[in-house]
Design a protein around this ligand. Structure first.
Ligand code: ZN
Length: 355
């Protein structure tokens, strides 16, 4: 029995086995079986697996994570840079969640942090994941795959301002989301009067997010331009999801500080249609820019932001409030919107509407 075989065992068992071998073969191995108590009881004896001839494994690069953004005929992907022990990135995408018939895109530069994949099917949900790799002499050593992200590519685009900033007709996918919620059949606004908008925006942590909005086609192109300019200025918008994700309930959406536009509803507390019902008004960061009429404050969780003086306001995000002549105000008014914070009878600090 070789000493190599014996080294796979430990402690008392090993000694017993050794004795058993001696009995069986009569072979003298006294020198090799000279275990001390300490050696025999150690769980972490390092000598076992290291062979002097083995080549050290190249280091495995750290993992990264991915964010996907929709654009016309494609996806824009961004990830976290991994420099150490990393040669580049492999991106895999597929229309099926299990990555059957996947395609790979190689980014052979560890400094790069974004890639646009083009010529994809329109209005199609894609699943995407990424992993780092280290190019060793013979083989690639991979990091683990990131979490899978999914994103739907643009549908019938009517206006593409910049990659990732566009509007499209209301697709079947969008119809399924809004009919019976923010959209109900009516004599004033048809689905063909509306446009679905995709933009990118910075959130309150400074991360770029994918935002969506539905507005009237009359203001759709300008709205895309407004949000592109806000993005260029890194204007913080906490979230931009269709109000339908909040059951088309204005209060719930506002309490989540969700930026939204179209919702077929009446003016709060009245029986006539709101500008939002036509998709002609946009509410920005509503929780920190409330609607204030006398003692009524909407949303209900925004009371601290009725104090508009930043030095006196106690709200956590007081620095992101909208003020007259600030960056948001200037961009919106440049494109013909007026601001509810300028009204006299009430103040609607979140509200920009087409004049
Ligand atoms: Zn509004």
């Amino acid at each position: 029995m070789s000493s190599k075989c014996l080294r796979k065992n430990k402690g008392k068992l090993l000694i017993l086995l050794g004795l058993f071998c001696i009995t069986l073969s009569g072979f003298t191995i006294s020198g090799q079986l000279n275990f001390s108590h300490a050696e025999a009881s150690s769980e972490n004896t390092p000598s076992e697996s290291v062979s002097p001839t083995a080549t050290p494994m190249p280091p495995k690069p750290a993992d990264t994570s991915l964010t996907a953004y929709s654009t016309k005929k494609g996806l824009i992907l961004r990830w976290n840079k991994v420099k150490k022990n990393n040669s580049g990135y492999e991106i895999q995408y597929a229309v099926k969640k299990d990555f059957k018939s996947k395609k790979s895109v190689w980014v052979k530069n560890n400094e790069k942090v974004s890639k646009t994949i083009k010529n994809l099917k329109k209005n199609t949900k894609y699943y995407v994941r990424i992993r780092t790799y280290y190019q060793a002499e013979q083989e690639k050593i991979y990091g683990d795959f990131s979490k899978v992200v999914s994103m739907t590519t643009a549908g019938d685009v009517t206006f593409l301002h910049k990659e990732g900033f566009y509007c499209e007709k209301i697709s079947n996918t969008t119809q399924k989301r809004i009919i019976g919620k923010s959209y109900t059949k009516n004599n004033y606004v048809q689905l063909s009067d509306l446009r679905y908008i995709r933009v990118q925006h910075y959130d309150y942590k400074g991360k770029i997010q994918s935002g969506e909005l539905i507005v009237n086609k009359k203001i759709a192109n300008n709205t895309v331009k407004v949000f592109y300019e806000l993005f260029q200025k890194k204007y913080p918008i906490q979230r931009m999801k269709l109000i339908d994700d909040y059951g088309a309930d204005d209060e719930t959406s506002m309490e989540a500080n969700n930026t939204s536009a179209f919702n077929f509803r009446n003016v709060s507390g009245s029986s006539h249609l709101s500008k939002h019902a036509y998709g002609l008004a946009i509410d920005i960061n509503p929780k920190i820019n409330p609607y204030v009429k006398g003692s009524t404050v909407l949303p209900k969780n925004s009371k601290s932001y009725t104090q508009r003086n930043v030095s006196k306001c106690k709200g956590k995000y007081k620095d992101n409030m909208i003020h007259k002549n600030d960056v948001a105000y200037k961009i919106f008014t440049k494109y013909g919107f007026s601001w509810g914070g300028n009204w006299n009878s009430l103040k609607d600090y979140q509200h920009f509407e087409a004049s």
